[in-house]
Design a protein around this ligand. Structure first.
Ligand SMILES: Nc1nc2c(ncn2[C@@H]2O[C@H](COP(=O)(O)OP(=O)(O)OP(=O)(O)O)[C@@H](O)[C@H]2O)c(=O)[nH]1
Length: 302
């Protein structure tokens, strides 16, 4: 569990030390001495669990929890309240506000350890579920669900910041023939290699890549105009060709991809799918013009 982080928020030094001793075998321990630090460190360090004292001199634990629950960057982090005495009213209020549990002082180390352990187990389970929900099992890159969420995010960001968003579709050429000739298992290996090559390029060039489905990958490049997009996508096209994966002799020497893109100047909310449709149109042109090429343009979404 060593890559897990627990943030201990307590104004009392002794309490922080005692809790640290209980928690440190299960997770990396972070500290905050007051409410404001708790909020700042939660946003910055993204702990997996927060142990939060209720009574603190600046902002009370209730107010901290309220602020955390109203901030989309941290609203998912489970919070366990630390309280001086057991009072049903306080416990009910905290649980209704979204705290997942209560720990009472003075600490019984065995109980605190068991509670923290159980909550960290839930965190691990959730991480695993998130992984399966958002990662494509064949290629290990983000899947279409993650892409859809990211597209909405980047679309809004581009609209608000008046930046150009490029969306590209990368499609393996003549892949049906490849599958028919070499078999689907070999085809799967090709998809893995192509996804890896594109992902590596995106790490260098900047951008997000996902498997859209079948033999199609999709790329998002925020703040990227058509000229920049065209040269980056050309590098991606070349990176796949240079893998030198043999195709069927009379089709082409190596496995290649065609890429269609749209560099969108976004003037209107709610038309993220239109960028995809335009990129798809250019992909069709790239295919019709002979495959193994990049095609696209600037478009305006209004
Ligand atoms: N091996 C493998 N094949 C897949 C997978 N998903 C889709 N395919 C195959 O991808 C092929 C796509 O074929 P088409 O849509 O006709 O496209 P294409 O043959 O690449 O032709 P062009 O796109 O015009 O170059 C089909 O044979 C699908 O079965 C997968 O996960 N693994």
């Amino acid at each position: 569990m060593n890559d897990l982080k627990v943030l201990i928020v307590d104004d009392d030094k002794t309490n922080r030390r005692v809790l640290k001793e209980i928690v440190e075998s299960m997770a990396l321990v972070l500290f905050a001495k007051n409410g404001q630090q708790a909020i700042d460190k939660s946003v910055e360090l993204q702990p997996d669990l927060i142990l939060l004292d209720i009574v603190m001199p600046d902002i009370s634990g209730f107010d901290v929890l309220n602020q955390l629950k109203n901030n989309p960057k941290v609203d998912h982090i489970p919070v366990v309240f630390i309280t001086g005495k057991h009072e049903n009213e306080i416990e009910e209020r905290g649980l209704r506000m979204g705290a997942i549990d209560f720990i009472t002082k003075p600490f019984h180390s065995g109980i605190v350890q068991a509670r923290v352990y159980n909550h960290l187990q839930s965190v691990i389970q959730k991480k695993l579920l998130d992984h399966y929900a958002y990662i494509d099992p064949l290629t290990s890159i983000p899947n279409r669900r993650q892409f859809n969420a990211r597209l909405q995010q980047e679309y809004l960001h581009a609209l608000e910041s008046n930046q150009i968003l490029t969306l590209a579709i990368v499609d393996v050429d003549n892949f049906k023939l490849y599958n028919d000739h070499y078999g689907h298992l070999k085809g799967d290996q090709v998809l893995k290699q192509v996804a890896k090559a594109v992902e590596n390029q995106m790490k260098i060039l900047g951008g997000f890549v996902a498997r859209f489905g079948g033999e199609e990958l999709v790329i998002l490049m925020p703040n990227t105009n058509a000229i920049e997009a065209s040269s980056r996508l050309e590098e991606i096209r070349q990176s796949v060709e240079s893998l030198e994966i043999p195709h069927i002799k009379n089709i082409s020497d190596y496995v290649t991809v065609s890429i269609g893109y749209s560099s969108a100047n976004i003037l209107q909310k709610g038309h993220a799918n239109t960028i995809f449709e335009i990129a798809d149109k250019y992909l069709y042109i790239a295919k019709s013009n002979g495959r193994n090429q990049v095609n696209g343009q600037t478009s305006t979404i209004k």
